[in-house]
Design a protein around this ligand. Structure first.
Ligand SMILES: NC(=O)c1ccc[n+]([C@@H]2O[C@H](COP(=O)([O-])OP(=O)(O)OC[C@H]3O[C@@H](n4cnc5c(N)ncnc54)[C@H](O)[C@@H]3O)[C@@H](O)[C@H]2O)c1
Length: 260
């Protein structure tokens, strides 16, 4: 997909790797000046050299850092046209537990990053977008925010929260020309994911085959396929889609892919 983002400034959280990196690179490839932000500063080292783009440390669970980083972007770039709230953490396979056993510390950490982080980032950036009378916010939710998986209570709760926060922000910010949407990826082949499928153990292979059997297209998404959806919703050409949740999941949530 090709859109014209010349003179646009885009801020992407969690842009050191995975879906965030693919979104940031795609926005850059379409002409935007991109601020790559992440709490993993080592993962941003290759960005700084790229023309016009910035690499800034940012932990979205840290309010003070959000305020100072957003201000720094405004000081250096003068505006923020696009915000992609991508930073997030999931529940590792070894940490999955039923609700009665789920550790409160893990709940707090995940809600702070995956849900409160989206709220705080949107709050800080919406102030600037309101003053500029326009903008695009795209939140990375998940199919599990629409249909939960077991054993991951904070993750499914946070992503469901992101879905409804997206819709609510669309209502509130429409009068200021700010369009707010979400992309809900299904299984996506990020680096962590690739390590998992290359795990030769029979348990890992079995788990992988079971997951793929739920996806009508029979494979995970590439990060570029997720970034395409983000680009479409973030583009100035999108003038009438707001409050939408775009699932990019190979048909996973379209219905039951297997007979019983
Ligand atoms: N990969 C999938 O299958 C999948 C599916 C659905 C949704 N998602 C969502 O997509 C987003 C990106 O996932 P990914 O698979 O690319 O993950 P990833 O682990 O490969 O990358 C996440 C990035 O976010 C950064 N990050 C984590 N916590 C942060 C924080 N507090 N502040 C700033 N940066 C932080 C990490 O350092 C990392 O660079 C997440 O919100 C995730 O929930 C992923």
């Amino acid at each position: 997909m090709q859109v014209d983002l010349k003179n646009k400034v885009a801020l992407v959280t969690g842009a050191a790797q995975g879906i965030g990196r693919a979104c940031a690179d795609m926005l850059a490839a379409n002409g935007a000046r991109v601020v790559y932000s992440d709490r993993n500063t080592a993962g941003l080292q290759d960005i700084a050299a790229q023309d016009g783009h910035l690499a800034l440390p940012l932990d979205v669970s840290d309010r003070a850092q959000i305020a100072s980083t957003v201000q720094q972007v405004l000081d250096r770039c003068g505006r923020i046209d696009i915000l992609v709230n991508n930073a997030g953490i999931g529940v590792r396979a070894a940490d999955r537990k039923t609700v009665d056993e789920f550790p409160i510390a893990s709940w707090d950490e995940m809600i702070a990053i995956d849900l409160t982080g989206v709220f705080l980032m949107s709050q800080a950036v919406a102030r600037a977008m309101k003053a500029a009378k326009g903008g695009r916010i795209v939140n990375i939710a998940s199919v599990v925010g629409l249909i939960p998986l077991r054993l991951q209570s904070p993750y499914v709760a946070a992503k469901a929260g992101v879905v409804n926060l997206t819709r609510m922000m669309a209502l509130e910010l429409a009068p200021d020309g700010i369009l707010v949407n979400a992309v809900a990826p299904g299984s996506t082949a990020t680096d962590g994911w690739k390590k998992w499928i290359h795990d030769a153990s029979s348990a890992a292979q079995d788990q992988h085959a079971r997951l793929m059997s739920h996806i009508p297209l029979g494979r995970p998404a590439t990060t570029q396929e997720i970034a395409n959806g983000v680009l479409f919703l973030a583009a100035p050409d999108n003038t009438y889609i707001t409050g939408h949740v775009l699932t990019i999941d190979g048909g996973w949530t379209a219905g039951f892919a297997r007979d019983f």
